[in-house]
Each structure stands twice: as C-alpha cells, then as structure tokens.
Write a protein that binds this ligand. Structure first.
Ligand SMILES: Cc1ncc(COP(=O)(O)O)c(C=O)c1O
Length: 382
C-alpha cells in the first residue's frame, strides 16, 4: 500500500507520536490547566511542551502566543471573524482553501469587502497585484502559504513586507507548509499564522492552532468561543491574556501529546532536511509524470517553487476513475476532485471536474514514487 494523500492528512505517523499518545491515555489522562493535583500538572506540562515545540518550529519566542484548537479551519475562523468588522476590507488570493473563502464569504454578507487577487494558471501570485488592491479601509491580507491543489508556494515574505508598509495585519494559512517548509513568522512579517497538527506536523487529527503575533491586540481579536479556561474562575468575563482568551473548554490533551512528539521528531530531523527530501521526491515525481503520455501536470512543474503536492489529469479519463483504479488495482491512496478549493481549480482551469492529486510526506520514499508512476503508466497505457 502506498499513501499519497498527505495534503489531506499526514500518514503514517512516527512511532513516537503513538507512544506519546498511549502514555498520555495510560499514565496522565487528567485535565490540563484545571486541577492542581500531580496528574493535572503533568497534563499541563505536556500541553506547554507542545506549545514550546510548535513555537520553536515557527520561529516564535513566546510559546504563549501559540493558541491551540481543533484544526486549521478553526484557527482561520478565529482570525478572520475575530479581526474583521463591517466596513473593513480584506485581500486574499484565488487559490485559497474553503477554510478561508467560506468564512470570508460569510463575513462579506455582514459588510466586509473582499478582494480576491488572481493567481496565474500555474498558481503563481504577483505580490504587486496584492499591493494594487490596498485601500484606506484594508485591514487584513489573508493568504495560503502553498496551494493545496498544485502545491505552488505563494510569496509570503514579499507580501508580509507590503503588509507592514501599509500597517495591515497579515494572516498566513500554513496548513500545507508548517512542518514541510521552513517558516519564520518574524522574518516573514506574519501577524497571524494558522497551522494544522494532522498533516506535515505529524500529529493526530483534532489538533491545530493559531500563532498570534505582538501586533495583534487582544481587544481587536475577538474570541470565537468563551467559557472555562481554568484561570480567573472567579470572573464571569473571558480572561484577557494569552492563550486563555482563545482556549475555552478542555483542550485535546492526548492529541497535543501526540503533536508535541510529531514536532519533536521534525525538529530533530530538521525542517531543512524534510524540505530537501520532499524536494527530491517531487522532482522525481514531476520528471516521471512528464514521461507518461496523456498526462497533464498542473502548477509550475518546478519542484523548487512548490511543496510536495502535485495535481494532474489523464487525457480521456475522469479524475475519479484514475483515483479508483489506483486504489483498487494498486493500493495507492490519493485524493481526486476539487480538494475543498474550487477557486484554485478555476484558476488552473480544472473546474468542475478537478484533478488527481498526489501529495507526499517526509516518510515517503523514492521507491514508492517509482511504483506509483509505474502504476499510473499501466493505467494510462491499458
Ligand atoms: C490550505 C489549507 N487550509 C486549510 C485547511 C484546513 O485544515 P484542517 O483540516 O486542519 O481544518 C486545509 C486542509 O486541507 C488546507 O489544505
């Protein structure tokens, strides 16, 4: 079996992740941050360790600026609905995931103006096109770091400096890059960064969060939820400090134990090494696909300009048929269709049928890439 659906959820996980989660369930299990007994203190320590690991990976000095939630979607909703008010203007791109576009379309109905800047059919974004959209009411620029359809990297450092120049907040959706591509929120002038635990961070589903930078005031970022935090229990108003202001309700302790282990694994390997392995697998994959007749690959077709996610179609076949045959005849798992990103498919010209998407991780091998290419060639020639 070959798993090429890491852009949806990373799998398999390193054994350390499973061990950390089993340890938590067997030996800890208490509520992090609520009670004062030893197990609760141990649970809180594990959650803080997860904060530290994620902070280190993202280049964040203060781990309390990492707010945990269920996934990247929740973090993006918190950032967008928390910052934008009627009358505000936001700029985004045409290759965003629905986790950005759906909250923005809902906010638009409440009076927020939304500008969608078009990327090229390869998914490339011109930072000048973002700058051209800035208006006096612009509050936020929200961009994915890499397209989850074609993998193309967006120029976040350039856009970050534009955001600073106009004193705008900059939100980055790092669902496809955190753990797979080096990130430094300070160098890239990122104010808010949404991450997910279950993809390249190698943690379990049900984990993710938001980095909240020092340029974001806690008054202007409204919480999505209010409730128990274990702190300031005497007060009926939400605490006004990080991370509690944005972490109501019991955290996913077991999930965060696994996330901490996943990120620890990445930090030991080094994100640069992860990137270089994925880069060479992507190169191999792109070269192999180019040799198979009737296969059209989308995106820049340049491994250096993308993450390890490749979209393609086979002339004369529906993406769903290709995906089904890969699964049934070759035990190769991938994702076909629109990948929750209709805008990206409109941009690259594959709406409404979509593409076949192969997405790799650090744990894939060259042999798997070759086997997948051979399987595809058999289907195409068959
Ligand atoms: C670019 C992008 N943003 C957001 C998300 C949502 O992530 P999550 O499943 O953690 O909510 C995804 C997931 O596929 C994604 O690819």
């Amino acid at each position: 079996m070959i798993y090429l659906d890491n852009a949806a959820s990373g799998w398999p996980k390193p054994p350390q992740v499973l061990q950390a989660m089993t340890h938590y369930m067997q030996q800890v299990g208490a509520n992090p941050g609520r009670s004062g007994h030893r197990l609760a203190v141990e649970a809180a320590r594990i959650v803080y360790h997860a904060r530290e690991q994620v902070a280190t990976l993202l280049g964040v000095d203060d781990p309390l600026r990492i707010v945990f939630g269920s996934n990247a979607t929740e973090a993006l909703n918190l950032a967008l609905a928390g910052i934008l008010r009627p009358g505000d203007h936001v700029i985004t791109s045409s290759v965003e995931h629905n986790s950005v576009m759906r909250p923005l379309r809902a906010l638009e109905r409440q009076g927020v103006a939304v500008s969608v800047v078009h990327c090229s059919p390869q998914g490339v974004l011109d930072p000048q096109a973002i700058e051209a959209e800035v208006r006096p009411t612009t509050r936020l620029i929200a961009l994915t770091h890499a397209s989850n359809v074609v993998g193309t990297l967006l120029p976040i450092a350039e856009v970050g400096s534009i955001a600073r120049r106009y004193d705008l907040l900059f939100l980055v959706d790092a669902a496809q890059t955190a753990g797979a591509y080096p990130l430094d929120v300070e160098a890239e002038a990122i104010d808010l960064l949404a991450f997910t635990g279950h993809k390249a961070l190698l943690g379990p589903q049900g984990t993710g969060g938001l980095y909240i930078g020092p340029r974001v005031s806690l008054d202007e970022l409204r919480p999505l939820l209010r409730g128990g935090t274990g702190s300031r229990s005497e007060e009926e108003v939400q605490p006004h400090f990080l991370p509690d202001r944005y972490e109501s309700g019991t955290l996913n302790g077991v999930g965060l134990a696994g996330l901490a282990a996943g990120v620890e694994f990445l930090l030991e390997a080094g994100v640069a090494r992860v990137r270089s392995h994925e880069l060479s697998l992507t190169r191999r994959l792109l070269e192999g696909l180019a040799r198979i007749p009737r296969v059209q690959v989308y995106g820049t077709r340049n491994a250096g300009r993308q993450v390890a996610t490749v979209s393609f179609n086979v002339q004369g076949m529906e993406p769903s048929e290709v995906g089904l045959r890969l699964d049934e005849e070759f035990e190769i798992m991938c994702r076909v269709g629109l990948h929750c990103s209709p805008g990206a498919h409109r941009t690259i010209g594959t709406y409404p049928n979509g593409t076949v998407r192969w997405s790799l991780s650090y744990l894939n091998t060259e042999a798997q890439v070759d086997e997948a290419l051979n399987a595809l060639e058999t289907i195409v020639r068959g």
